[in-house]
Design a protein around this ligand. Structure first.
Ligand code: HEC
Length: 137
């Protein structure tokens, strides 16, 4: 009886420790990763201001340089968001009212609190410049 208990304890320990120490990088490796590759061109002063605003207000979901973020939000440097399909007005509306999930499966975009049109205008200038530099226009 005692040996059996000892054996069970030993097995539980071995299995438990193996589980704890087993490397499991698969999910972390992609989580939060950019979804597209974005070349950043030289930016005008206005576009640089947009870059700062984007980093502060949008990059948590849309990723650095609008390259998307695995698990959080889509890239805006993407053919879906070319000016003919999503004009500048779509950006003002998205920031003010949020967006219902429809193109992707990241969930809804909530309204961006306290943002004004001047800030969105700078962000649009920045995103359009990135799109242009990456062959989306
Ligand atoms: C909390 C996450 C989050 C933040 C912060 C966020 N977005 Fe979004 N946004 C999303 C998601 C998710 C979608 C995709 C919705 C879909 O089509 O499924 C989206 C879609 C959009 C769209 C497409 C709108 C449309 O009509 O389809 C635009 C434009 C956009 N975002 C701009 C911005 C800008 C600009 C900011 C910063 C001021 C921003 N987003 C901040 C999550 C976010």
């Amino acid at each position: 009886m005692r040996e059996q208990v000892t054996a069970v304890v030993a097995i539980v320990l071995v299995v438990g420790l193996t589980y704890l120490w087993w490397p499991r990088p698969a999910r972390q490796a992609t989580d939060g990763a950019p979804l597209v590759e974005v070349k950043v061109p030289p930016l005008s002063a206005l576009e640089q201001a947009g870059e700062g605003a984007f980093a502060a207000r949008c990059a948590s979901c849309h990723g650095d340089n609008a390259a998307g973020k695995d698990g959080s939000g889509p890239p805006l440097v993407h053919v879906i968001y070319e000016p003919n399909h999503h004009g500048d007005a779509a950006f003002f509306l998205a920031a003010r009212n949020g967006v219902r999930q429809h193109h992707w499966s990241f969930g809804d975009m909530p309204p961006v609190e306290g943002i004004d049109d001047a800030e969105v205008e700078r962000i649009v200038a920045y995103v359009r410049r990135l799109q242009q530099a990456n062959g989306i226009f």
